[in-house]
Design a protein around this ligand. Structure first.
Ligand code: NAD
Length: 481
């Protein structure tokens, strides 16, 4: 391999292969098809699972935890060294502005470093039991883990999910998203070159209904990590339930930020908008609802509107405020939400614009801020996955909490207030997997456990906590008299 160009379409058992069929790979900034990716089949998945099983019985399975950690750390160093190449691939494939793609590449390196360092730090315990017994627990890998990832943050999600699985000694089969598979393949090529034993990581791109469904239903998959939509997550969990396989579901959200009258508005403002617009709003943890207390409502809406009026969407390589959406289909979905809002006469507080040099066939949507939105309206309830935020006024803490918790989702929440007691109350009462007090997102947070409640899913990835999810506990009871 030279650079980050993988020498094949699929990686199975350490060998790169050509796929029997392919799918077009479109650049969302231009709408042009710039290559092709594998359309993996059920037979490819079968072989990948068999290769992973062999790896567990072979070189990969024989490595002790410290050695596994060293391999991951080497991969992290190699990713860091090629971060710019990876960023260029991701910018072209996903359409995200170059600086965001660069941040994602460095996050991938950081996941490998973090899980490399963590690989030999997860311990069992001894349990006081009856006289004559010694009882202890062992943390063991599930075996072969399946990883299904979406297109919005391929590098970050591969890093957090595959990184933790490998650290615990699982062998992985990865099915990247059909809209953006290239960085996953480039990562796999880097990992193999950095010394990852054959079969420890296998990559089979393809359609969800084909390769994805085959992976989910495969009897040789011992654990599934799924990141994507609620509807597909439910189908994945149902398929896994038929053989009682454990599943982690990282799904969508409708995450609120709550701004109280006493908040540091100047500090909050960049977070309020950016947390909703990063990656053109195609972020699971996007803060698409901004709840503002009446006393500062007009000021916050006006200052947000000023920010929106300066926002520009353009090609990924131009590195503007936001890029295009991933596909024509995603753009149509977002535009249908906007059409519904216009039909219902929702108040538009401000709109950004699309750059003049943005190719007409790219999938651009100008960012749009709605204010005074009824918390029950579709726009305040459903995940839009585009550059659209709604501002909702509230009177007091009780009302804010009811609105914040009033969707089926529960992924992330942010609270802006100087009142320490209120911070503590809301941190407990908010329905979310992560709560941020006077910040939002905490810079990506490789180290911070992440996941949802309700329709946002279950199980936790990221941080040390992920290692529990990617392992199983065995209790050993020895009687010795
Ligand atoms: P999606 O569910 O359509 O696809 C996700 C993945 O599932 C893709 O790889 C796809 O090929 C695969 N897939 C589709 N149908 C399948 C099937 N029947 N069986 C098995 N696999 C199948 O989601 P998307 O549109 O790619 O991603 C957007 C969604 O992902 C949003 O809801 C977003 O919030 C969510 N997301 C969540 C997180 C998180 O960490 N919680 C992170 C990123 C994205």
């Amino acid at each position: 391999m030279s650079g980050t160009q993988p020498p094949g379409d699929l990686l199975i058992g350490g060998v790169w292969r050509r796929a029997s069929a392919t799918l077009p790979a479109e650049n969302p900034s231009t709408g042009a098809v710039e290559g092709e990716i594998a359309r993996g089949t059920a037979a490819d998945i079968d072989e990948a699972v068999a290769a992973a099983r062999s790896a567990l019985a072979g070189d990969w399975g024989r490595l002790d935890a410290t050695e596994r950690g060293r391999v991951l750390t080497r991969i992290g160093e190699a990713v860091r060294a090629r971060a710019e190449d990876l960023a260029l691939i991701e910018a072209a494939d996903v359409g995200k502005p170059l600086r965001q793609a660069r941040a994602d590449a460095l996050a991938l390196a950081r996941y490998c470093e973090f899980y490399g360092g963590a690989a030999d730090k997860l311990m069992g315990e001894t349990i006081p039991y009856r006289t004559g017994y010694t009882v202890y627990t062992l943390r063991e890998p599930h075996g072969v883990t399946g990883h299904i990832v979406p297109w919005n943050y391929p590098m970050q999600i591969v890093g957090r999910s595959v990184g933790a699985a490998l650290a615990m000694g699982n062998a992985a089969v990865l099915k990247p998203a059909e809209d953006a598979s290239r960085s996953a393949l480039a990562f796999a090529a880097i990992a193999v070159e950095a010394g990852l034993p054959a079969g420890a990581l296998n990559v089979v791109p393809g359609l969800g209904a084909e390769a994805g469904a085959a992976l989910t239903a495969h009897p040789g998959i011992d654990h599934i990590s799924f990141t994507g939509s609620y509807a597909v997550g439910c189908a994945v969990q149902a398929a896994a339930a038929r053989r009682a396989a454990p599943v982690t579901l990282e799904l969508g959200g409708k995450s609120p930020q709550i701004v109280f009258d006493d908040a540091d508005i100047a500090r909050a403002l960049p977070f309020l908008a950016d947390a909703g617009l990063q990656n053109a709003g195609q972020t699971c943890s996007a803060s698409s609802r901004i709840l503002v207390q009446r006393g500062v409502y007009d000021e916050v809406v006006e200052r947000l509107a000023t920010r929106y009026r300066g926002l520009v969407a353009g090609p990924a390589m131009a590195d503007r405020d936001l890029g295009p959406l991933i596909s024509a289909k995603q753009k149509a979905t977002v535009l249908s939400f906007i059409a519904r809002a216009r039909a219902d006469a929702l108040a538009i507080a401000a709109e950004g614009r699309i750059a003049e040099d943005a190719p007409a066939a790219g999938h651009y949507v100008a960012p749009l801020l709605f204010a005074g939105v009824d918390p029950c309206h579709l726009l305040a309830q459903d995940e839009i996955f585009g550059p659209v935020q709604v501002v909702i006024p509230f009177h007091d803490e009780d009302e804010a909490l009811a609105i914040a918790n009033g969707t089926p989702y529960g992924l992330v929440a942010g609270v802006w207030t100087r009142d320490g007691a209120r911070q503590m109350r809301l941190a407990r009462a908010l329905k979310a997997g992560q709560v941020f007090l006077n910040n939002y997102g905490a810079g990506g947070g490789v180290e911070l456990p992440f996941g949802g409640v309700g329709r946002s899913g279950h199980g936790r990835e990221k941080g040390f906590e992920a290692l529990y999810g990617f392992s199983t506990l065995k209790t050993v009871a020895a009687w010795h008299g």
